[in-house]
Design a protein around this ligand. Structure first.
Ligand SMILES: [Fe+2]
Length: 242
């Protein structure tokens, strides 16, 4: 088929347009996938589990949490829990289970090795999302109202949360949860997680030494203050509160 010069140019432009639209749609699809991967509670996913993407760059929480800490905490510790978990459940009857199912079954059956790694995969993913650059400080809107209703005041919440983080002996976590319709603060040791209870986690703070030692050495209270003043992602809390 012979095309006139004008038709040739017109056809070419239309093709380019289609390619550009295609590229744009592909990019949007890519963003959707990235967002889905970021935090979806690993819903529907079975092994091999993957280290989820961080919701920000590794240097985004600096100076409060350094890139060096993220390289070890996310890149080494969190990755190791993922690798260990996949190795531990490969070939077992847990192979086709989702992460939450693995956590609950291994807790009930007292399979400590599997539980510890599975829960740490989930807990750390939840922790990364519990923080954001320029976060922290007093929340607003429905989160603040709920805190005031259930703790009496934001200041009471701060005192109780700090106390939970500071008094968790050894390694563990401090959590804000929703339990029977009320906000509560709980602390858990090692890999323990509210997922095995009736409470719904809303946000968490890692108080394992690997979370703060490179930046704060043994000053856990300073790390806790920093978490509350500069890092808590109240938008994430609001989303989880529903
Ligand atoms: Fe950790």
């Amino acid at each position: 088929m012979q095309l006139s010069k004008r038709e040739f140019i017109k056809t070419g432009l239309m093709s380019c347009g289609l390619v550009l639209v295609g590229c744009k749609l592909k990019m949007l699809d890519g963003f959707a996938n990235v967002n889905k991967k970021v935090f979806n509670n690993f819903k529907g996913e079975t092994m091999p589990f993957e280290l989820p993407k961080l919701p920000y760059e590794k240097n985004a929480l600096a100076p409060h949490i350094s890139e060096n800490t993220m390289n070890f905490h996310y890149g080494k510790h969190h990755q190791a829990y993922v690798t260990n978990l996949n190795n531990l459940i490969a070939g077992s009857d847990l192979e086709g289970k989702t992460l939450e199912e693995v956590i609950k079954i291994s807790a009930a059956e007292k399979k400590a090795g599997i539980f510890n790694n599975a829960a740490q995969v989930w807990n750390h993913t939840f922790y990364w999302h519990s923080m954001k650059p320029n976060g922290g400080g007093k929340p607003t809107g429905k989160v603040l109202e709920k805190i005031q209703a259930d703790f009496g005041s934001y200041e009471n919440f701060v005192t109780e949360f700090k106390n939970a983080g500071a008094t968790q002996f050894g390694s563990g976590w401090a959590w804000l949860v929703l339990d029977a319709g009320k906000l509560k603060i709980v602390k858990t040791g090692n890999a323990e997680t509210p997922l095995t209870t009736s409470a719904k986690p809303l946000m968490t703070m890692d108080v394992w030494e690997h979370a703060y030692y490179l930046d704060y050495q043994n000053a856990r209270p300073t790390y806790i203050d920093t978490f509350l003043n500069h890092l808590v992602n109240w938008d994430f809390v609001a989303k989880n509160l529903g």
